[in-house]
Design a protein around this ligand. Structure first.
Ligand SMILES: Nc1nc2c(ncn2[C@@H]2O[C@H](COP(=O)(O)OP(=O)(O)OP(=O)(O)O)[C@@H](O)[C@H]2O)c(=O)[nH]1
Ligand SMILES: [Zn+2]
Length: 211
């Protein structure tokens, strides 16, 4: 194992934590050159010359979730929304993530809902929360649970419901090669967990208006 690869592998943190011991840009680019060679190509050829630089830059965007503090995204609560205590659902939030097993994309939509108690949060913040976790390496199950937990902590709601529907490219373009297979995960808390009728309501609202 080269020094570059060795320096990368043991320091990656679980998706919930910030990564530590981040390598330099030069080390990252050197690692990409190794992977190009591993793929069977020549990183010195003209067309690939700037690729390690582009990949390192793209990683910063694709994995920008490590720079996000989910708690901070939800820290502005609008308490003046008096009288509203019914469900807030933002559905069909598109996201792109990468599975931690193959570092291959999985993508789809997230639906997030909660029953407010102490006020509401800006709707865009729920989409930002989805991205904060999507732009990390993880499983779909972890991502689903982390979104629900972050909402629980910040909003202290009567209940949280999160559903993610995604296609995993590691199952489509390689491996078992089942393009179109959809993975659906849900995480419920509070009334969504204790009252089956609330789960039905959530699922009905998620599906409502679709063909
Ligand atoms: N539970 C779960 N599994 C995932 C997720 N993303 C990818 N996987 C699975 O992770 C598993 C990894 O299995 P391994 O046997 O260790 O690796 P592999 O030999 O590449 O497996 P195949 O994909 O079956 O070729 C595969 O079954 C993937 O479908 C995810 O978000 N959640
Ligand atoms: Zn995978």
């Amino acid at each position: 194992m080269s020094d570059v690869v060795k320096s990368l592998s043991p320091r990656l943190s679980p998706a919930a934590e910030k990564p530590t011991g981040i390598p330099s840009r030069e080390e990252a680019e050197a690692a990409v050159r190794i992977l190009i060679r591993w793929a069977g190509d020549d990183p010195a050829r003209e067309g690939l010359h700037d690729t390690p630089k582009r990949v390192a830059k793209a990683f910063k965007e694709l994995y920008s979730g490590y720079d996000e503090e989910p708690g901070e995204i939800l820290d502005k609560i609008f308490r003046e929304v008096e009288g509203y205590d019914d469900i807030v659902l933002v559905r069909d939030i598109p996201f792109y993530s990468h599975c931690e097993h193959h570092m291959v994309p999985f993508y789809g939509v997230a639906h997030v809902a909660y029953y407010p108690t102490k006020g509401v949060v800006g709707l865009s913040k729920l989409a930002r929360l989805v991205d904060a976790y999507a732009r990390r390496l993880q499983t779909q199950e972890t991502m689903t649970a982390q979104i629900a937990t972050a909402m629980e902590k910040a909003l202290e709601p009567r209940g949280v419901a999160v559903m993610i529907e995604a296609e995993h490219m590691c199952m489509s373009m390689r491996g078992v090669q089942k393009a179109g297979a959809l993975t659906l995960t849900t995480q419920f808390s509070g009334v969504f967990k204790t009252d089956p009728a609330e789960q039905v309501r959530f699922l009905t609202l998620v599906r409502n208006g679709r063909g």
